[in-house]
Design a protein around this ligand. Structure first.
Ligand code: NAD
Length: 482
């Protein structure tokens, strides 16, 4: 496949101007398929952050005063621009993140759909009237934008992570400062550019990159910032939630998971295995809802494991720009180290390495689709989210055993199941401690459906009508005699 788009040097968007930042410093951007430096991203200084927050605060006064229909029209223009530019954005995403072009194009389209959804939601911000106890009293509940948002979005879905925060905040009428992912800045900047070019008022939407801890230490306590939205690891999320709590800021946290998949013997194990392979290795397993613990009822275990391993071995791993590639490289060298460590630890503790288990070549962060079976609970991978192309397949004896294993970890983001029994499906909905459960398919993450976790996977939802609620605050007004 020929890529026509040169990789850009990415700038910050501060107060409506694309800028190199106060110091003109940059961070290198690397192509995970060959480890070559392909461009740079501007690094924000504190002065840039201060300007961005002030601009968001000032800009949201005009933005939130626009009639909802006007905001909706700007949203529809932004999604149209995103679709027009999809091929160029997709190419940038392949080069900076490693995913395949079809995956990247699909992500851009999902981003446009999220904007379309929120174009509708921005017109459906409702308050309510409450019947009074006394005549002449009027009791009103009003919803209004919560204030300036500081959002932190990661590198695994450079468009789709940021779109939920930007579109949600703007739909509610908020100003926003987004810290984008330094590893994958270009496609994320294009999402912001689509909103900017579509006519969002200057200053309302700001994009910065830099040293993540420096940026969060400045933005979270900033008195003009009222809302924090973070997607990333549970460790960093707990740190930011604590900081936000100290400064009484409202928080949405989309954190890690370790998604169990309960495969019951009444489902066809080969069909389930083939469906799971397609989903597990999407984005090279670097998704917070990636299936990671496949729990298979005893009588189906061997058939399932063989079918899954066979389909995993048949996957073509390679650079995302090659048309036959099905699984791209990992996004950075840290993930290769993590895969090697998790696999070696599991095998040393008695797991069976069914297939895969090593890096491919020594240039580019490619890793074999890897299946570990009969993994003991002491193995690190049974506690730590692999976030890569490695999966555990373990047998279970009874429904109760499967549910106990699914609920064993403090995570509760996504869970999946395959069963032909509607009773089992209903019981799972009651018993599995998870923010999202998908039975017999992979139906999560649409713009119109809520997305989020419980327990250590965070709090707050993105998507659905919850997407805008997260950026609104409720106030109560009561009057008498007028
Ligand atoms: P990491 O924990 O260093 O970073 C995760 C994300 O948090 C990155 O986007 C990073 O820029 C940001 N971050 C880190 N420290 C921060 C701080 N002090 N303030 C603000 N933002 C900060 O890990 P990593 O090596 O980049 O990614 C590996 C792990 O992160 C994975 O194992 C996975 O659990 C998690 N992760 C989750 C998601 C998700 O979609 N939930 C996405 C990316 C990474």
């Amino acid at each position: 496949m020929t890529f026509a788009t040169p990789f850009p040097d990415v700038k910050l968007l501060v107060d409506g101007i694309w800028t190199d930042g106060a110091a003109g410093a940059t961070i290198d951007v690397t192509n995970p398929a060959d480890e070559a430096v392909i461009g740079t991203v501007a690094k924000a200084e504190i002065a840039d952050l201060e300007t961005a927050v002030a601009a968001a605060h000032r800009g949201m006064k005009t933005w939130s005063a626009r009639p909802p229909l006007e905001r909706a029209r700007i949203f529809m223009k932004a999604s149209a621009l995103l679709r027009e530019r999809a091929r160029a954005i997709g190419e940038m995403m392949v080069l900076e993140m490693g995913k395949t072009l079809p995956e990247a194009l699909g992500e851009v389209e999902r981003g446009a759909e999220a904007i379309d959804w929120l174009a509708g939601e921005t017109q459906r911000i409702y308050g309510r009237l409450i019947e009074p106890r006394m005549p002449g009293v009027r009791q009103m509940v009003i919803k209004e934008p919560i204030g300036v948002v500081a959002a932190f979005s990661p590198w695994n879905f450079p468009v789709n992570q940021i779109v939920r925060k930007v579109a949600g905040a703007l739909a509610a009428g908020c100003g926003i400062v987004v810290k984008g992912p330094e590893e994958t800045p270009a496609s994320c900047a294009e999402l912001v550019r689509a909103f900017h070019d579509a006519g969002v008022d200057a200053g309302v939407l700001n994009l910065v990159f830099g040293v993540p801890s420096e940026i969060s230490e400045f933005l979270v306590p900033h008195p003009l910032v009222r809302k924090i939205s973070f997607t990333g690891s549970t460790g960093v999320g707990k740190h930011l939630a604590a900081l936000a709590g100290k400064h009484m800021k409202v928080v949405t946290m989309e954190l890690g998971g370790h998604a169990p998949v309960l495969v019951f013997a009444d489902a066809d194990p080969v069909t389930a295995a083939n469906a799971l392979v397609g989903n597990k290795f999407r984005a090279t397993g670097q998704s917070c809802i990636s299936p990671t613990r496949l729990l298979v009822e005893d009588s189906a275990f061997e058939t399932f494991t063989q079918a899954f391993a066979k389909a995993a071995e048949a996957l073509k791993v390679g650079p995302g720009h090659e048309s036959e590639t099905q699984v791209g490289p990992l996004a950075n060298g840290r993930r290769i180290e993590a895969m090697d460590r998790l696999v070696a630890d599991a095998v040393a503790k008695g797991a069976k390495l069914v297939t895969g288990g090593k890096r491919i070549g020594n240039r580019g962060w490619f890793y074999e689709p890897t299946v570990l079976a009969n993994v003991p609970l002491e193995a690190d991978i049974m506690h730590e989210e692999p976030f890569g192309p490695v999966v555990v397949v373990n047998p279970f004896e009874s429904y109760e055993d499967a549910v106990a294993e699914a609920n064993r970890l403090p995570y509760g983001l996504a869970a999946f199941a395959f069963t032909n029994s509607s009773l089992t499906a209903a019981n799972l909905a009651r018993d599995v401690e998870t923010g999202m459960l998908s039975v017999n398919h992979f139906g999560l993450g649409m713009p119109e459906t809520p997305f989020g976790g419980i327990k250590d996977s965070g709090y707050g939802f993105e998507g659905g009508s919850e997407a805008i609620e997260a950026y609104l605050q409720t106030r109560f007004i009561t009057t008498s005699g007028i």
